[in-house]
Design a protein around this ligand. Structure first.
Ligand SMILES: [Zn+2]
Ligand SMILES: [Zn+2]
Length: 384
């Protein structure tokens, strides 16, 4: 693909002045900026193309060259910065294009600082401790009520003997010679746009800017020690297995006083010996004998928050679901609370004693072996 004319790219005519060039470039760059067109490769290509055109036309010398020779690399252009572009595609990669945009409109150092992570808030690109993950099994009772749990966590903690510095004594540190105490190193690369400075944490001192002459005996200069700590987590009501919570700064401490990592708490649900959970509702089976089902009764029923009385109406059928409203599990981040469902199961006496046999015989005689009208066969409603 042939390279488009830079003036065409910016929608300008040959005589355009610096102000026009900047204005047009800004308009195009804003339109095709990757932040506004995520995943759009065509927009990205246009963004890069505009950046390339702008970087040339905005530079007196490069513009003069371009006005005279165009894109053609031959004839007096040998050794020019254009060579790097090759014949075809654009010579500007996305990071170049973003930098050109930032330099043009980013508002100076502040904008660049953010991109390189060197802005005020972060401390010279120091390493962050690694994150830890822990599984936290909870009972249904804990899930229903919400709970604060204490967990034992094996992690790196800041060494108390050296306050995380790693040095045996305060004077035992000297500035890193690789980065001269800055904690970061600059890699300078050259492109046709001039020097491109890339700033990275110094690997010799882990971005601290200091090296240790006499390492701390407790941590051997690491600034941290491996310990078992107790961390507490406040778990809201209504969580599910698979939910997780991030406890900021409760992970491993970084070497020599950097930022702590996070602790990721993964919720697990312990199996209950009586209840089964279905989202916000819980289910319990209640076994009644035949007289209770026929005559009705009132029984004490366990729930996740203690016992309650449940009235069983006379004539209750096997399989019937009775509902205890609000005795289920609260929905997380909501005022809704599920119900407890009580499924009735009527149990037939397996080995009736003599007295029971007499009673049931009397009942059988009373019915006289007849059905009480209608068919005794019905289609099954559900196989479950
Ligand atoms: Zn130490
Ligand atoms: Zn260093």
């Amino acid at each position: 693909m042939a390279k488009r004319d830079y003036y065409d790219v910016l929608g300008l005519s040959k005589g355009a002045d610096k102000a026009d060039i900047k204005k047009s470039y800004r308009k195009i760059a804003m339109k095709y900026h990757p932040d506004k067109n995520p995943g759009d490769t065509e927009a990205e290509a246009k963004f890069k193309e505009a950046a390339e055109a702008y970087s040339v036309l905005n530079d007196e010398q490069k513009k003069a060259h371009y006005d005279q020779f165009g894109h053609a690399p031959e004839g007096g252009m040998g050794g020019s910065p254009f060579d790097g572009f090759g014949g075809g595609g654009f010579g500007v990669d996305l990071s170049d294009a973003l930098r050109i945009f930032m330099e043009g409109f980013g508002g100076g150092g502040g904008g660049l600082g953010d991109i390189f992570g060197g802005g005020g808030g972060r401390s010279r690109g120091r390493a962050k401790g690694s994150d830890l993950k822990i599984k936290l099994p909870l009972t249904l009772e804990e899930i229903a009520a919400g709970v604060t749990k204490k967990m034992k966590v094996k992690r790196f903690e800041t060494c108390s003997d050296c306050d995380g510095s790693g040095a045996r004594d305060r004077g035992g540190k000297s500035n890193c010679t690789v980065c001269q105490g800055r904690g970061e190193v600059q890699q300078v690369s050259r492109s046709m746009f001039g020097q491109f400075v890339n700033i990275q944490p110094c690997s010799n001192c882990d971005g601290t800017g200091e090296v240790i002459a006499h390492p701390c005996k407790s941590c051997h200069g690491d600034g941290r020690v491996r310990t078992e700590s107790v961390v507490s987590a406040k778990i809201p009501a209504g969580v599910h297995a698979g939910n997780y919570m991030t406890l900021r700064g409760e992970g491993n401490s970084a070497r020599r006083g950097g930022q702590h990592g996070d602790l990721i708490v993964l919720i697990d649900e312990k199996e209950h010996d009586m209840f089964i959970r279905d989202e916000d509702n819980i289910y319990l089976e209640l076994v009644l004998d035949m007289s209770q089902a026929v005559m009705g009764t009132e029984l004490e029923i366990p729930t996740l928050t203690g016992k309650v009385n449940l009235k069983i109406p006379a004539g209750t059928q096997s399989g019937k679901l009775l509902r205890l409203r609000g005795k289920g599990i609260p929905r997380i981040n909501s005022h809704l609370v599920g119900d407890q469902m009580v499924k009735i199961q009527i149990e037939t006496p397996r080995k009736p004693n003599k007295q029971e046999r007499e009673i049931y015989q009397r009942l059988a005689d009373y019915y006289g072996g007849r059905s009480k009208g209608g068919s005794i066969f019905r289609k099954i409603k559900s196989l479950l």
